[in-house]
Ligand binder design. Sequence first.
Ligand SMILES: Nc1ncnc2c1ncn2[C@@H]1O[C@H](COP(=O)(O)OP(=O)(O)OP(=O)(O)O)[C@@H](O)[C@H]1O
Length: 698
Amino acid sequence: MAFVHVKPKSQWKTVDISASLISGTNFNDLIELQELSDYELEEIDKGAYAEESTRKKKSKKKRQDQDLLEEDCDTKSEDHQLNASEDEEEEFQPELKLNVKGAENKKRQEKDRQKKKKRKKKQKKGNVLSVDSDITADNELSVMKTNHEESSGINKMKDMEAWDGLGVPDLVLAALQDQGFTAPTPIQTLTIPHAIRDRLDIIGAAETGSGKTLAFGIPVLNHIIKKLNLTGEKVTRDLQGPLALILEPTRELAIQVMKHLNAAAKHLQIKAVTVIGGMSVQKQARLLAHRPEIIIATPGRLWELIEEGQEHLQKLNAVEQLVVDEADRMVEKGHFEELSKILALVNSDEVKRKTRQTYIFSATLTMEQVQPNRQIKKRKVEKNALKHKLDQLVEQMGIKGKPKVVDLTRKEAVVHTLTEAKINCQADEKDLYLYYLLHQYGGRTLVFCNSKDCIRRLVSIFTLLNCNPLPLHADMHQSQRLKNLDRFTEKTKSLLLASDVAARGLDIPNVDHVIHYQVPRTVENYVHRSGRTARASKEGLSVILVSPEDISNFRKIVNHIKQGSDLPDFPMEIDTLHHLKSHVALACEIDKQEHRLMKQKRNKNWMQKAAEEMDIELDRDLLGDDEDEDRKENQLKQQLKRLKAQLQVILKQPVLPSKFSSRYLTKTGHLVLPVQNTSSSAVADLKTTVKKRKHQEI
Ligand SMILES: Nc1ncnc2c1ncn2[C@@H]1O[C@H](COP(=O)(O)OP(=O)(O)OP(=O)(O)O)[C@@H](O)[C@H]1O
């Protein structure tokens, strides 16, 4: 039999075919027809064909093996493999090539199914730590090695040398490598070996975004790994309660810490459960029934479930790893009472307490406490109450002997990649300045307010200004809080209006700007709020809006953080600011009227409801003439509609820089509008201005 090879002498060309030609046929999946009009048929000898065929089979097999090794292979590489096999088939195609989508899809689906099956099989083999595992230290090592070789390639761990000597277990190291964490952060370097090797209690303070979660997370995971392996037989943890308890001040933070730990424990079977308010108690009780090794909790809900007698939580005194994160916040009002009770329960077994390892962490742990103005007088009475509470906490946590204290906080308290600035303005100008910043600079902006009312007002105004604000405060339903956080994270240009519930610990990727719409009440809050940007060595900007009423609080912050030297003024384009004034003024007017309308409605409804409940008839004068009222309400609604339409028209008009003249027409007679410089960054603008100002001073 002769073997021929089609050697193209021209390009494959698409053939135009009428839809009617293929309608009613089985060519539903046909997407294109191509022809090759000029080609040569080359005869090839059987031996060479057989050789070629074997080579291809081998390479296909090799690729399949490769698929097996690449557990988490990404779509890109899958695409590449699919393309490769297409090329292969192309060589032996006849003159007409049909690109049949359905066949391709089927092929892809079949391949995916095979891959999934193989991956599942491999995962079963690869999970070295399971609740019922009988793995000894020796065979764990060998399984780990295989696992490592298979999943990451034998040489890949070489990039992780910076972690050498810290005692991080290999399976955790592999997970860190997957996340691209090739080197430990300073707080991790200085705490992990003392926790793992020396089994010391740790008190750690380091700037925001410096990786404190893994500084305690890795030793906690290490302890659990060792504990399970050392047992070497079916683990009887059912009777012992959780192995680790991590206490967090906010629900979001607890969820985030769980995500971080899950990512670090992705090659292990360690169960972590969050016990937090705002979520279903029943669901949490169900999860606790699975007896997780790690519990990450906010004190309120944890205490509630303890009091309800939840079985797994009755063994809290057997906890072997105890973490109080954001410790200085935990000792504040609202948490301390429940925290004290929880700690008393945890420490109720003196023998277990002695072998327990304890971690206390925060970015502002060692910061001298500065009280807000109204508390200064009180401070004389309860002198340094917070410091006292912190000492009390250290005592209550049952810290034994000498803990390892690592304090990496800078004198400035904020991270060095953070650029700070201020805007001096009147209280009623803050909306305008905030709008200016949002208008001029894209990116992800997190705005902090001191009260929920302030957030509600800003949500209304900035929705009218098409800024799509997302609120986040303690009065919101928990699921909505989490949804808004997700939405804020999903988009590259987004706006979150938050209370201090979002100030601590939240690790939202790439927040470009933090704006303090209201000056925070404490220096610590300023540090934590600002710390939501400029995380993990990235740059970030914090701008604080200061009105005359804020001056004294602002001074306190600056004196503490900048040792008296002032923050630079954020540079503004006055013409642009002037132009934006009308937008904000109109939005504020609409908001005011909407608010009035709503209040009227609420009052009326309330009076009617109260009258119904008391079974009395209300005087018409009290409710106002119904017809007259309705007419006024309709008028107001119409007016609001008009104002909103007017605002939308204004918002569509371009904001032109001062030097722009509409007299310059292009050849086509159309006015060319200058392109707004969206690429300029707020940090860059500020740095340039500061440099210029310094130059002028010289
Ligand atoms: N070794 C590392 N290499 C690279 N990135 C890391 C490393 N360790 C942690 N990170 C990342 O750095 C970011 C900040 O870490 P983390 O949230 O633990 O900071 P933090 O110090 O607890 O901050 P805060 O005081 O605000 O709570 C996270 O996105 C985390 O995944």
